[in-house]
Design a protein around this ligand. Structure first.
Ligand SMILES: Nc1ncnc2c1ncn2[C@@H]1O[C@H](COP(=O)(O)OP(=O)(O)OP(=O)(O)O)[C@@H](O)[C@H]1O
Length: 884
């Protein structure tokens, strides 16, 4: 019969209509070592406990509030082990027998009572021994015959090393046994025998739990398998594996195991030893062996037992039995003809933070790995909860630690999950306890899919009859020589009947005997032939088995190679994961730095924007202020200018009036007059400067002082002579009319200069001389001289305040007037200043009021002009020429 493989019931992967239930969290408070110690945690009812901060904890954390935590049940320090079992583990045992999986783990800091709760003591057993007791109490009499027992078995379950089980007939089992006897190299996990040392759970003194699960399906056969593993520094070790022992070097360090996924996506430890047990005692022997092995392994690994997570797996294999044939009944789906359920009992390592344990060296690494795996457990639970709340399918990082990876199926909905949070209520444990309580509170918010009870679809007929056992081949032989002897009592001497009867009887017996002999020899031949046939078959099988064995060996060595490759790949993967995590950490750091930088940039930008807008506002404000000020200033200047213009206009009008009066009353020869200075206004260069003088102009030609004036302004005289024709009282005569557009000639060749040098003019002898191509020099101005000339130049010399000679060349255009005279329109003054070396005096470039003496103003007044004071000075050596 080919082996039939059983699978763990398939998970309900997000199946529609699947029911969920929360992870059930129980809290167990252990009794204090010293009853006088202050406490930080106490149960206030069966569901609630209250965490009170210690006085120094209040000061340190700033928390004064008492915190309440609610759990499925809170066991206080007086709760018995039995009560904890009944509440927490009994429902899981019932599920196990119904074919459902379960995970039960204890969580808490060191010395909080995790191991006590899980294992207990021989006289007060914990959850694990009670589970085993209850399981065997429940299935006693319904167990399958044990794999490897003698011929009396009909069916056995055998692990297929891929997380499944095979069903074997007794014939297969016998063959297997023979094979193993022939090839003893192939190791079979040995079932622990009785009578050995069972450690602290030895049969003597152990108080077994008499409870049993009711409603057991008695139509099934059951088999129990256990495995015992530990996770230390994120490596999985098999605690039931024989450790290679070297007489010199001692035990070799154990090889870590690989986690695998079976064909139903269930996680399992590859090549982990699974032992079939028939009683709790055998289970304790296995447990004891595992614990002993754990100590040995820890010595080899330099580890501490309480710093690893230990996992005790109980697997219950069951299959429906056909009552008639004592064989496994046929089911609709061949895969479902056996059911495997599993209960994992996990004693986690202490959850405290490493700084508290003051670990160093290897212990720090241990603590780091414990924290890492517990942190991953926390992360997974947190993400699961978040996914369930938000509906987001964020990836749960089960693979980040072996612990979560192994129990991934449970959280994905493959059975009930229960957690016992063990708490030491000592007040000094407050800081650690608060973390444990937070985690516990969060865990119970996670929902897992409820697993369904397994139902077998049993058909009427058995799957297949087992091949005939050897008894069927032996012919049934009845060795009887017929009925018993007739009565041989001879009653008298003539009794012939009795003797005849005896003779017939003996004949018949002889005949029967011959027949029997014939039959016997026939059956003997038959049996011999069958024996030969069996022998032949046996030899054939042996040869086949040998072949298969070599194939198997090859496969084994191939598998070993693959496994070692797998291990190295796993190591590489671990390394890559580590690097990835490192990179991820760095990336997160960089990201956070980047975020900080971006934040700073944003802050700076917003600060800049703020400053800019501030500045803009201020600028606008300033501009407005400036504009206002400018407007004010402009208005002021405009007012001033208007006043000046009005004043000039007034002067001009006065001058016009004087000139007109003169023209009307006098001869055509105009006379200059020098009005006495009435008002004087000096401005800085670039500003308009006006001057007025009432000095008589009669001195023109003798000591004339030209006044700087604007080129745009004109002084009109009826003729050169009329310039001297001003009356002595300074009343201006009327200016003769002339046509300002009239020009004698624009050609420079046609320019004829009337060079008027009054007598007494000093010969300059300067290098710079006025360039006059055609000129007529006169010392006294006559009317006839004005007829031909187009340009007029008057040389006026004076001694300045520094005692230097200053020569001014006052230039103008000569224009014929309507009355037949000539008007001179002064348009330029050139000043030539001679300074003796050594007598140079620093002068401000800015004309000062003292720079302009009365004579100058007189000339200006004589010309009746306003002067724009933008002096341009050129200084070469001792000469200085300024043009106004
Ligand atoms: N409920 C309890 N009743 C009586 N004694 C208890 C209880 N819980 C714990 N203890 C005792 O407290 C001590 C420490 O408990 P235990 O070894 O179970 O702690 P632990 O959490 O497993 O520590 P570790 O993490 O180091 O393995 C043991 O001596 C145990 O007997």
């Amino acid at each position: 019969m080919p082996p039939q493989r059983g699978k763990t019931p398939r998970k309900n992967k997000n199946g529609t209509g699947s029911q969920t239930e929360p992870v059930e969290v129980y809290c167990r408070i252990r009794p204090l070592d010293n009853p006088d110690d202050p406490v930080c945690l106490k149960a206030i009812n069966t569901n609630t406990c209250i965490l009170t901060p210690q006085e120094n904890a209040i000061a340190r954390n700033g928390q004064v509030k008492e915190l309440q935590y609610q759990f499925q049940y809170v066991f206080d320090e007086y709760t018995s082990q039995k009560a904890v079992y009944d509440y927490v583990a009994m429902p899981l045992m019932e599920d196990l027998i119904k074919g459902k999986n379960g995970l039960l783990f204890t969580y808490g800091i060191t010395s909080s009572g995790k191991t006590y709760t899980m294992t207990g003591t021989p006289d007060d057993q914990g959850l694990m021994p009670r589970c085993l007791d209850v399981l065997f109490n429940s299935i006693s009499g319904l167990q399958a015959k044990k794999y490897g027992n003698k011929l009396a078995v009909k069916m056995v379950f055998k692990p297929d090393r891929m997380n499944g089980f095979e069903i074997q007939t007794d014939a297969d089992a016998m063959m297997e046994r023979q094979r193993r006897e022939i090839l003893p190299g192939l190791t079979t996990p040995k079932t622990p025998g009785r009578g050995r040392n069972h450690g602290e759970f030895g049969e003597h003194g152990r108080m077994s739990d008499p409870t049993r699960v009711e409603d057991i399906d008695e139509g099934n056969i059951y088999a129990v398998f256990v495995s015992y593993i530990e996770i230390y520094n994120n490596y999985v070790y098999d605690l039931l594996e024989e450790l290679p022992h070297d007489p010199i070097t001692g035990y070799k360090p154990p090889q870590s195991k690989i986690l695998r996924t079976d064909s139903n996506d269930n996680m399992y430890v590859m090549n982990c030893v699974e032992v079939e047990i028939k009683s709790p005692q055998e289970a304790f022997e296995v447990l004891y062996k595992g614990q002993k092995r754990r100590k040995v392994a820890h010595t080899a690994l330099n580890a501490e037992s309480s710093r690893s997570h230990s996992i005790f797996n109980i697997r219950l294999v069951q299959a429906p039995l056909d009552a008639n044939t004592d064989m496994i009944a046929q089911v609709q789906d061949q895969e479902k003809n056996i059911c495997i359920s599993q209960l994992s009992l996990v004693d986690l390592a202490g959850s405290e933070r490493s700084h508290r344990t003051k670990n160093t060296g290897d212990r720090i690494k241990e603590a780091g790995n414990i924290n890492q795996s517990l942190m991953v457990l926390r992360n997974c639970i947190e993400l699961l909860r978040e996914n369930q709340k938000t509906g987001l399918g964020k990836l749960v990082p089960y693979r980040d630690s072996k612990l979560t990876h192994l129990f991934k199926n449970y959280f994905d909905g493959d059975g009930k999950v229960r957690m016992v949070v063990c708490v030491n209520p000592k007040a000094i444990e407050y800081d650690e306890t608060i973390h444990v309580m937070k985690f516990a509170e969060m865990t119970q918010e996670v929902l897992v899919t409820k697993s369904q009870q397994v139902k077998f679809d049993i058909l009427e007929t058995p799957v297949k009859r087992a091949p005939p056992v050897i008894e069927d081949y032996i012919p049934m032989m009845t060795y009887s020589l017929g009925p018993s002897f007739p009565s041989l009592e001879v009653l008298h001497c003539r009794d012939e009947y009795t003797l005849d009867q005896l003779s017939d009887y003996l004949d018949e017996r002889n005949r029967l005997k011959e027949n029997l002999m014939i039959d016997f020899s026939r059956k003997q031949d038959q049996f011999r032939a069958q024996l030969v046939k069996i022998e032949k078959e046996y030899n054939e099988m042996k040869a086949k088995s040998h072949d298969s064995q070599s194939v198997l060996e090859k496969r084994e060595s191939y598998i070993q190679k693959l496994e070692s490759r797998l291990r190295s790949l796993e190591k590489r993967q671990d390394e890559t994961n580590r690097q990835y995590k490192e990179c991820e950490r760095e990336r997160r750091e960089l990201e956070s730095k980047l975020q900080d930088k971006n934040m700073k940039i944003r802050q700076e930008k917003s600060e800049k924007d703020r400053l800019r807008s501030d500045f803009r506002n201020r600028l606008e404000h300033n501009n407005q202020q400036w504009e206002k000020n400018l407007q004010k200033e402009r208005n002021k200047i405009e007012n001033e200018l208007e006043g000046q213009i009005n004043e000039k206009q007034h002067k001009l009008n006065m001058l016009k009036h004087i000139v007109n009066t003169e023209t009307d009353s006098d001869t055509p020869t105009a006379r200059f007059r020098t009005p006495a200075p009435k008002t004087r206004t000096y401005t800085t260069p670039g500003k308009i400067m006006s001057a007025r003088s009432e000095t008589d102009m009669t001195s023109v030609g003798k000591n004339p002082v030209p006044t700087p004036r604007s080129r745009t302004q004109t002084a009109t005289v009826s003729s050169a002579r009329s310039m001297h024709g001003l009356n002595k009282v300074g009343t201006p005569k009327n200016t003769p009319q002339y046509n300002p557009r009239h020009r004698r000639s624009r050609s420079s060749n046609a320019e004829i200069w009337l060079d008027h040098r009054p007598p007494g003019s000093v010969e300059l002898g300067t290098v710079l001389q006025p360039r006059l191509k055609k000129k007529k020099s006169v010392s006294k101005l006559e009317v006839k001289d004005t007829k031909e000339a187009t340009k007029y130049i008057l040389t006026h010399q004076d001694i300045d305040s520094a005692g230097e000679l200053e020569t001014k060349l006052i230039k103008g255009n000569m224009l014929p007037t309507a009355g037949g005279g000539t008007a001179v329109v002064f348009n330029d003054v050139e000043t030539l200043k001679q300074i003796s070396p050594g007598s140079r005096k620093r002068r401000s470039s800015c004309p000062q009021p003292t720079d302009y003496d009365g004579d100058w103003t007189d000339v200006e007044d004589r010309c009746g002009i306003a002067i724009e004071g933008h002096s341009r000075k050129r200084s070469r050596g001792t000469e200085k020429v300024s043009r106004v």
